[in-house]
Design a protein around this ligand. Structure first.
Ligand code: NAD
Ligand code: MN
Length: 348
């Protein structure tokens, strides 16, 4: 392709402050990638309060018909129920069948924080996030229930994605840790665990994953061990909610949510997205850390096959972190979003 068409969905809060940084680094790559063409698209809680819809049909249409990939900022989802509102990021993942959320968490040598280099591969379409909740009144007061969906199909495809991720890192002894709680939830988590374990035996993979060692952790002990021995983990695969939680926990190990990128990936589309939310406590102040969004743009490029330009972005970010002179307040610095971006661009 002559151009790289990228749908840009800043959505809410600091999404508006960090997505322009992702755009700037992609533009700075010059002719090493097809010329980026950005298409601004609407979604989010702010858009919902103005228009009554959180994810317009037009956004879906443009993404599926015109774009090679996308970048998402962050969405605000109120903890109370708001009539007519449901999270557009959950809907986007579902509508575009972005069934994997891939979250690399790696420390930069020579910077504060734990020594960690792991990837969380989070199932992105089911588990408790199908949002089937009911509430009834009983003689003893209100009673609420949620349905948790685990399917063989979704567990198998996320399992495959996790084994592929384990192979792609070029480690000598790749290890895949399956995270679950099947000692308690033996039916649902049991199915997840069994299905992922069975992936290497599938006919179509033909021994491809034989070199990947399989381990398991119950989700609570996973968090404990991540804090005690973070360096021992390589790739972890988890159902949706555990994956959400352990990747935020992993983010704390490297110092800030503002550093951790992700991509939402399916078989036909990929969308970069920082792991953090809309950070209402700092939104509008110009001090959000843009690195998670910048690294997400790099990860997007990797998934679109542009490995060297992606590496160039990562090297520039690592250099800025290693120098430690231009950092936003979440990392103990005093710099602004724009100053960190400028420093990254300088290193590129
Ligand atoms: P959050 O990730 O927005 O913020 C958690 C803490 O980390 C805050 O103190 C925030 O200031 C800080 N932080 C996050 N990103 C940062 C950055 N780039 N630079 C500096 N500091 C950063 O999580 P929250 O406060 O629990 O949720 C806020 C809103 O975001 C909620 O409405 C929630 O629903 C939503 N949320 C959305 C996503 C998403 O879009 N995928 C993910 C998580 C939370
Ligand atoms: Mn989260």
């Amino acid at each position: 392709a002559q151009t790289l068409k990228i749908g840009m969905i800043p959505a809410d809060g600091i999404g508006h402050e960090v997505l322009p940084a992702a755009r700037a680094v992609l533009l700075a790559l010059g002719s090493s990638i097809p010329k980026p063409e950005f298409i601004d698209l609407n979604a989010g809680f702010e858009y919902f309060t103005r228009t009554g819809t959180a994810l317009p049909e037009e956004t879906i249409r443009v993404l599926t018909e015109e774009c090679n990939g996308a970048m998402f900022g962050a969405v605000s989802s109120p903890s109370r129920r708001v009539a007519g509102y449901s999270s557009p990021i959950v809907a986007l993942r579902k509508k575009l069948d972005l069934y994997a959320n891939i979250r690399p968490v790696a420390s930069v040598s020579g910077t504060p924080g734990s020594d960690v280099d792991m990837v969380v591969v989070r199932e992105n379409t089911e588990c408790l996030y199908i949002k089937e909740e009911t509430q009834i009144m009983t003689p003893n007061g209100k009673e609420a229930r949620a349905t948790r969906l685990i399917t063989e199909r979704a567990s198998r495809r996320i399992g495959k994605m996790a084994f592929e991720t384990a192979l792609s890192r070029g480690k000598q002894n790749p290890v895949l840790t399956i995270v679950h709680k099947s000692n308690v939830l033996s039916v649902t988590d049991g199915l997840f665990r069994e299905t992922v374990r069975g992936v290497p035996q599938l006919e179509e993979v033909q021994g491809r994953y034989d070199g990947v060692k399989i381990e398991e952790q119950l989700v609570d002990s996973m968090v404990y061990r991540m804090y005690r021995e973070p360096a021992t983990f390589d790739v972890a695969v988890a159902p949706n909610m555990y994956g959400d939680i352990i990747s935020d926990a992993a983010a704390a190990l490297v110092g800030s949510l503002g550093l951790v990128p992700s991509v939402n990936a399916g078989d036909n589309f990929v969308m970069g997205e920082p792991v953090h939310g809309s950070a209402p406590d700092i939104a509008g102040k110009g001090i959000a850390n843009p690195i998670a969004a910048i690294r997400s743009a790099s990860l997007l490029l990797t998934h679109l096959g542009h490995l060297e330009p992606a590496q160039k972005i990562n090297d520039a970010v690592d250099a800025v972190l290693r120098e430690g002179k231009v950092l936003t307040p979440d990392l103990g610095g005093r710099s602004r979003t724009q100053e960190v971006l400028d420093e990254v661009l300088k290193k590129m």
